[in-house]
Design a protein around this ligand. Structure first.
Ligand code: GRF
Length: 200
């Protein structure tokens, strides 16, 4: 059984999708700990509802990124975490986390990468006028949303879409592909070859 550590900052709807998939035993994994850098994150409630240990680690309380990430690592180790899942975690991962979890950190991003990395990906897509966008699950490297891609799902943009309506439809796909990517990892089905991720 793979222990997951889920890092969040906000609503935690992807966290919920992961918890539900684990509880349905679709994934041979369990959410061992939830870490939020935002004390107001609704995801903390979700963890509590499922009796999952939840830790608040606010980066503002640490003198620098390294000491902050060392504290995250300490908590992840305490729960014997084998895969770190970023789910709406609003910080760029630094060298400390990357060195402790090489190729063991994944992220979900609300665009078809490499288009529209960074913040407000859905607004970027609307502003650019694309007719198709979507979401991407990828391994995390030192860049911003640049790691090897595991799964993507396309979402058509409708003429009347606002940032909210588009985000909502993308989220539905996120909740589908994020647990699926974790399932592949938990079952040992993925192999990273350079930029490519092969699914066995
Ligand atoms: C999602 O759109 C995710 O792709 C992005 O942040 C949002 C988090 O939503 N990284 P939630 O907190 O999982 O509901």
């Amino acid at each position: 059984m793979l222990n997951l550590g889920v890092l969040i900052s906000g609503k935690g709807s992807n966290l919920q999708a992961i918890i539900d998939a684990c509880e349905r035993e679709k994934i041979p994994a369990r959410v061992a700990v939830v870490i939020s850098n935002n004390p107001e994150s609704y995801g903390l409630e979700r963890a509590k509802n499922h009796k999952i240990p939840a830790v608040i680690l606010n980066s503002k309380d640490f003198s620098n990124k390294n000491t902050y990430e060392l504290e995250i690592v300490k908590n992840l180790k305490q729960y014997d975490v084998g895969l770190v899942c970023l789910a709406g975690y609003m910080r760029i991962v630094g060298t400390v986390l990357l060195e402790h979890y090489p190729s063991k950190i994944v992220n979900i991003h609300p665009s078809l990468l490499p288009s529209f990395p960074g913040l407000h990906a859905q607004k970027q897509a609307l502003d650019h006028g694309v007719t198709v966008t979507g979401c991407t699950v990828h391994f995390v490297n030192e860049g911003c949303d640049t790691g090897p891609i595991i799964i993507q799902s396309a979402v058509p943009v409708k003429e009347k879409d606002t940032e909210e309506t588009l985000s909502e439809r993308i989220l539905q796909q996120e909740h589908h592909i994020y647990p699926l990517a974790i399932e592949f990892i938990a079952k040992g089905k993925l192999k990273i070859e350079g930029r490519r991720v092969k699914i066995a």
